[in-house]
Ligand binder design. Sequence first.
Ligand code: LLP
Length: 421
Amino acid sequence: QHCFTKSEDGYLYCEGNKVQDVMEVVEKRPFYLYSKPQISRNVEAYKEALEGLNSIIGYAIKANNNLKILEHLRNLGCGAVLVSGNELKLALHAGFDPTRCVFNGNGKILEDLVLAAQEGVFVNIDSEFDLENIVTAARIAGKKVNVLLRINPDVDPQVHPYVATGNKNSKFGIRNEKLQWFLDSVKAHPQELKLVGAHCHLGSTITKVDIFRDAAVLMVNYIDEIRAQGFEIDYLNIGGGLGIDYYHTGAVLPTPRDLIDTVRELVISRNLNLIIEPGRSLIANTCCLVNRVTGVKTNGTKNFVVIDGSMAELIRPSLYGAYQHIELVSPSPPDAEISTYDVVGPVCESADFLGKDRELPTPTNGAGLVVHDAGAYCMSMASTYNLKMRPPEYWVEEDGAVTKIRHGETFEDHLRFFEGL
Ligand code: LLP
C-alpha cells in the first residue's frame, strides 16, 4: 500500500485526500505534502525485518529534519543518526534517547563532541585528529565516550559518485591498514574511550543487497580481529543507504527485510547488536512536492512546463541528475495532446529543472504537478536562492486530516537577519 495513488477517476490521492483539494485549502505556493501513516508503515517494515535481533534503527536526520516528523519517528522507537551539533540538539529537543543516537562525521568539531560526550551518544571515530578531539571532549565533559571505529571497507556501492562514501579514496572513515594505530590509541585512553563497535557506511541509493553483504563480511572479520586483541565490542553498525523506487516502473527493489536477511546470520554468529542508519528508505516515499504550472513554452526543439517550484525547493535533479517521478494531480481531457517536456522552475539557472524529457499531457496554467519521493534530501537541502523562501510542509494524518507541520518561510523572515545591524 502506497500513500500516493492515482485513482480510476484520474486524480492523485494521498491517504484518501485528493491532492487537488488540498491545494485549494493551503497557501498558494509550492508545498511539501507527507503521509504520516506511510512513515509509520516504513518504520514497521524495518521493525519486522529486525525481529529477533538486538538492534537500533538510527534514523539519519540529515534526510529530513522536520521536528514533527522527528517526534513521530521517536514515538515509533527510532534512534537518530547525527552529523552536526545542531542535529544533536534537535534530536534531544525531539526527545530521542541519546543512548540510541550515533554521532557521525569527518569534521566533527570539539564543541559538538563535548555535547555528545555529555549526553552519552555513540561517537564514530573518523580519523586521527577526530580521535584526539573525542579524547579532549571526554575530558572536558568528565565522561567516558562509547566509540565505534568508522572503517572504510572499500566496497563499491555502484551509485552516483557524489553519494558513494565507502570506497578507499573517500574522505570518510579509516582504512584497514591504519586499524592497529587506532586500536593502540583507544587502548592508550582507557579513561576517555570505550570501544563498543565498528561502523561502515557505503553510500546512498544502493539497490543491490549483495553490496551490504560484502561489506558485512569484511566488517565481522575486522570485529574478530579487534576482539582478538581483548576489546569487548558488541555493535556492528552497517550504516544506511538502501535505495528506493524513484522510477516508479514497478521494478522489484530490495526491501528492508532483504537487507537485514543478508546480514542476519553474520550478526547472530558473532552475537552482535546491529545498528542501521536508514534515511531515504524511511522517509523519501512518504512525500510529494506539490507545485502549480505557471505556463508552457517552446524554444528551439524543447518544450517546457514552467512551475512555481524549483531547484531551490528540490535540488536533487540539478545536483545529481537524479530522476524523481513527476505527474499532474488531475485528469486531463481525453483529447489532450501528450508531449515531451522539461519541467523547470523560475530560478535564474539553466540547471533549474525538476525533470527532463517527461511525457506529459499539455497542462493548463494553474494545474497541480507533483514531484514524487520528495521526503528525503529535498526539504533538508532546500535553499532560499533567488529569495524563493523555503516552502511550508503539511502531512495527512491517520484520520485523513491535513495538518501544517512547518511554516513556510516568508520575505519578513529574510529581513529579520538584518534587524539591529
Ligand atoms: N549514515 C551515514 C554515515 C550517512 O552518511 C548517510 C547519508 C546515511 C546514514 C543515510 O543514508 P540513506 O539511508 O539516506 O541513503 N543528498 C544525497 C544523499 C546523501 C547521503 C549522505 N549520507 C541525495 O539526495 O541523494
